[in-house]
Design a protein around this ligand. Structure first.
Ligand SMILES: Nc1ncnc2c1ncn2[C@@H]1O[C@H](COP(=O)(O)OP(=O)(O)O)[C@@H](O)[C@H]1O
Ligand SMILES: N[C@@H](CCOP(=O)(O)O)C(=O)O
Length: 308
């Protein structure tokens, strides 16, 4: 018996929604097959890519281990990971694998877990890749669309109703860095001023209200962030210039995708997309960075099928 799961790439944070907001997009996807293993208590991992295959260092493996242990399941499994989401680029690659892993186990052993339960275990898998069990990427991979993680204890993910038409452009630099998100999280300040907190809270509420009310101006303003993106700027020195180019060419808005280095641009029929691509390519080149452009749409949540 085995189960195949497809889980999409994600862009987390969405401006000032650090560890809270995330959206799933059709840019890339991971495919994971979970099959029962004859050997009890054994988790085996196979992959087509150069990700760690040790359980504790693989987001899918660690999430699986935590779920099986918690449910008292001693049956062995094999996790076959066909990576489609390039990792270390701010596209939720580790999160998608963790999400697909727990969904596959849920279906294989008929555990009847809720989507919030799946997020609870998948986020534990993120400890393997970033050192922190952040819930945002896995929440969007599991639920799809745009999500807000309103609570982690217990886990409560809210799907945000989207009443604004937009498409997605991802500017993805070449050159993956091992443990990128872990390093990016270590760059964050331990304390912030009250004024910075208030400003970022204004951005977060503007983004949510803009998406729900279909107000482009609110979304554009809501995709700002004066704390996390600023602290991490050395990881993506080209970002500010590219954001200016996007807004100058009537993009809906732009922000860093997750912990970067990819950049997310939301655009619509008013946007001069070709001009953004050309000028952004030149900016990346001026920083000796080769950038690729991926056009995508909002994606659905992870989907499974029983194979036999
Ligand atoms: N199943 C997995 N898929 C992708 N990366 C993984 C996985 N398991 C562990 N990793 C490790 O996690 C890191 C990538 O995760 P991260 O730094 O969060 O970047 P992103 O999630 O943006 O791809 C890499 O060092 C990679 O080796
Ligand atoms: N909230 C996290 C999101 C990391 O996203 P990734 O796609 O870069 O792994 C963070 O900003 O640390």
């Amino acid at each position: 018996m085995s189960v195949r799961v497809i889980a999409y790439s994600t862009s987390a944070n969405l401006g000032s929604g650090f560890d809270i907001l995330s959206l799933a997009h059709t840019a890339f996807k991971d495919e994971i097959i979970i099959e029962e293993n004859k050997e009890k208590n054994k988790i085996e991992i196979e992959s087509n890519d150069r990700i760690p295959l040790q359980i504790e260092k693989n987001s899918a493996g660690l999430a699986a281990k935590m779920l099986l242990q918690d449910k008292g399941i001693d049956r062995g499994i094999k996790i076959k990971i066909k990576k489609g989401i390039p990792f270390g680029l701010g596209l939720g690659s580790s999160g998608a694998s963790a999400a697909a892993s727990v969904l596959g186990i849920n279906e294989l052993f008929d555990l009847k877990l809720s989507k919030n339960d799946l997020v609870k275990y998948a986020m534990l898998g993120e400890q393997a890749s970033s050192g922190s069990p952040h819930p945002d990427n896995v929440a969007a991979s599991i639920f799809g669309g745009i999500v807000s993680v309103s609570s982690v204890s217990p886990v409560r993910v809210v799907e945000i109703p989207v009443n604004l038409d937009f498409n997605i452009l991802l500017i993805v630099p070449e050159g993956q860095k091992e443990g990128k998100t872990k390093k990016a999280r270590e760059m964050l300040p331990n304390q912030i001023s009250l004024s910075k907190y208030v400003n970022n809270s204004r951005y977060l509420s503007s983004f949510l209200l803009g998406i729900i009310k279909g107000d482009k101006e609110l979304v554009r303003m809501g995709l700002n962030d004066d704390i996390v993106e600023v602290a991490r700027e050395p990881l993506f020195p080209y970002y500010k210039k590219i954001k200016e180019i996007a807004l100058k060419n009537d993009a809906v808005g732009s922000c860093v995708s997750g912990a970067g280095p990819s950049i997310l641009i939301l655009y619509d029929n008013d946007t001069n997309l070709d001009k953004i691509k050309k000028e952004a390519y030149d900016v990346c080149s001026s920083y000796d960075v080769k950038c690729n452009f991926i056009e995508a749409k909002l994606a659905e949540g992870a989907k499974h099928e029983r194979l036999n």
